[in-house]
Design a protein around this ligand. Structure first.
Ligand code: FEO
Ligand code: CA
Ligand code: CA
Ligand code: CA
Length: 610
């Protein structure tokens, strides 16, 4: 989702601009060629990086041995239908409204609440393929559960009107959001949804529980005493080594509004709450989402978390893991450090917001053995990027006197993680979206764009940053340390007008061979639809594998264990307008377009991305 939201970070954390004014001439950035600007800005460690040089166009990319497919040409990448490399093929799976079970209610538009509750949601985003439990090696690649996030659906797309007119309309919208867990199987060359007791919807009214330091805290209790329920604006995702799914609540503020007199607290303002939200109108028929309803005071603190779901237990209650902090969680990349600790990297997608890291208190296997979740006890940090190519992880802890001055306990620090990070002097970034960890240990994060940046700095070198960039870093101490070194991997603007043209990087995934899959969400240059490219992290070479349909966003990425099947999503095709595209129906000018998963394979059955 690309939200043109206001700037809610008023902390004034702009630690680089002052330093940089003494170091480099800002005129070069504002007027010189981009290559010149980039080379004057980059720290020496960055200039030493061949990948950065290649990817930013300051020298010719080396030929990749990892990427061999024929790319989609700029001239072919537009229109109402997807385009894929001629070495690949695709088919659509699980469109919005598909019944969860083969005998469930068929899609008809607009859906009723009763039907939508038993159908795949809209706004397909992050997702994970879990091989079916107990599968043989070959079955693991042809049979599994797909967990899919349903980030958002505009009222005009879901309901066929701008405003809900009844509680039923609001329920339809709420049931369209959340997560689907669906069992899928490969039959011949095509993947299908199969009947299963695992097939399940989790939505805005599904019972949930809280765990970790904020669980049971007064900040999560409402005067009405209503039990916690629901997850919303489920953007990107992660998965744990113990086989569960993580769904990330991003623009949760947009679903709240006020029917009566209400004035935002400073904390509410910092999270972007307003009296109309994103105009879903839920507050008119559901008091939970009415910020002016005193009985539902604090309801908004129950959103903005990372939620853990056991895909294999359809009766399990989703758990909000509060130790990972409350931000506009884009996604989470979770890895196991050499020590056995789990380490999670997370972006907070708003202009001038931050990048976070979580480290579990101990070895994840030892923690789970004694009945503790590695996601309940640990340390949360926020990133500060220094101009010399080094950086620091600043811990969000009440033990820090700077934070103890502003907060009463750790639960408050975590619930208001953005405010705590402001006090620590974290580096405001150009909208941190997905993170991913490459096989060499580097962590990559997409910074999608920032049209409001006025002061460039080393980590965010364009002002304004219309088209985004990708930053990478490497942590010290086998990933547990608080120091890191960093680099710019790529500046999207440098690719315009070439066959590599792309902008607004969002979804990103590093495969185990050193390829980087990059997905876009934003107005592309050179007439292109949103797209997915594959980069070689060593040579910087970039090739376009896929382009979506008019008005969509390409997002979500997961593969079978053998990496012969790739699943991605087209979100909001045509922005819901049937005059733009009727996907996945063939163009007819009338059929409502539906978000869907796209299953991609190499025609020769090879590894995807090769
Ligand atoms: Fe849900 Fe920041 O994209
Ligand atoms: Ca999106
Ligand atoms: Ca985006
Ligand atoms: Ca996104």
């Amino acid at each position: 989702m690309s939200v043109d939201n206001e700037i809610v970070n008023q902390s004034g954390n702009l630690p680089f601009s002052k330093i940089l004014e003494t170091r480099v001439s800002r005129r070069k950035v504002l007027s010189g060629s981009l290559a010149l600007a980039a080379s004057s800005f980059f720290a020496p460690s960055i200039l030493a990086s061949s990948a950065a040089q290649a990817a930013t166009g300051s020298s010719k990319p080396l030929k990749s041995t990892l990427i061999n497919f024929k790319p989609v040409a700029v001239a072919d990448g537009s229109g109402p239908w997807p385009t894929i490399s001629e070495d690949y093929q695709w088919h659509a799976l699980l469109p919005w409204g598909e019944p969860l079970q083969p005998d469930g209610p068929m899609f008809s538009w607009p859906p009723t609440a009763a039907n939508q509750q038993q159908q795949v949601g809209i706004g397909h985003d992050g997702m994970t393929f879990f091989p079916i439990q107990g599968a043989s090696e070959s079955e693991a690649n042809s049979h599994g559960l797909l967990a899919i996030n349903h980030e958002f659906g505009r009222n005009t797309h879901v309901l066929g009107k701008a405003n809900p007119e009844s509680k039923g309309d609001v329920l339809t919208s709420q049931y369209a959001h959340g997560v689907s867990i669906i069992e899928i199987m490969k039959e011949g060359e095509t993947w299908q949804r199969v009947k299963s007791d695992k097939n399940r919807r989790i939505h805005v009214n599904t019972p949930v529980t809280f765990s970790g330091p904020v669980a049971g805290h007064p900040l999560l209790k409402t005067p009405a005493g209503n039990a916690p329920a629901g997850t919303v604006n489920n953007c990107a995702n992660g998965q744990t080594p113990w086989g569960t799914y993580l769904t990330c609540e991003e623009n949760f503020n947009g679903y709240f509004g006020a029917t009566g007199e209400w004035k935002a607290t400073s904390a509410q303002a910092r999270y972007g709450f307003s009296d109309k939200g994103f105009k879903y109108g839920w507050e008119k028929f559901d008091p939970r989402f009415d910020l002016s309803n005193a009985a539902h005071f604090n309801e908004e603190n129950r959103f903005g978390w990372i939620v853990e779901i056991d895909p294999n237990d359809p009766k399990s209650v989703p758990v909000k893991r509060t130790a990972l902090g409350r931000i506009k969680h884009e996604g989470v990349a979770l890895v196991v450090a050499r020590s056995g600790h789990v380490v999670a990297y997370m972006g907070d997608d708003q202009r001038f917001d931050y990048i976070y890291k979580y480290v579990s208190a101990g070895d994840w296997q030892q923690m789970t053995k004694v009945g503790k979740s590695p996601l309940d006890e640990g340390r949360l940090y926020v990133a500060k990027f220094n101009d010399d190519g080094n950086g620091e992880w600043l811990e969000l802890t009440i033990k820090n006197p700077v934070l103890a001055k502003h907060f009463n306990d750790q639960a408050e620090v975590l619930t208001y993680a953005r405010l705590a990070a402001d006090h620590l002097g974290a580096t405001p970034m150009d909208r941190p979206e997905w993170t991913t960890v490459a096989p060499n240990g580097d962590v990559y994060c997409t910074l999608t764009n920032n049209s409001k940046r006025k002061d460039a700095n080393v980590a965010n070198p364009l002002a304004p940053n219309a088209d985004g960039h990708i930053i990478k870093w490497r942590d010290s101490g086998n990933r547990l340390g608080t120091q890191f070194t960093w680099d710019i991997f790529l500046i999207a603007q440098d690719t315009h007008g070439t066959e590599h043209s792309f902008s607004d990087p969002d979804g990103i995934w590093a495969d185990p061979d050193g390829r980087l899959f990059i997905q876009t969400d934003g107005g592309q240059k050179d007439g292109l639809n949103n797209q997915m490219l594959v980069a070689d992290t060593t040579t910087g070479e970039l090739r376009r594998l896929f382009t979506g349909v008019t008005g969509d966003e390409v997002t979500g990425i997961t593969t079978t264990p053998d990496r012969r099947t790739l699943f991605i999503n087209t979100q909001h095709p045509g922005n819901g307008d049937p005059a733009k595209t009727n996907f996945p129906a063939k163009p007819d000018g009338k059929t409502i377009p539906r978000d869907a998963t796209i299953v991609i394979t190499r025609k020769d059955g090879g590894i995807v991305g090769s």
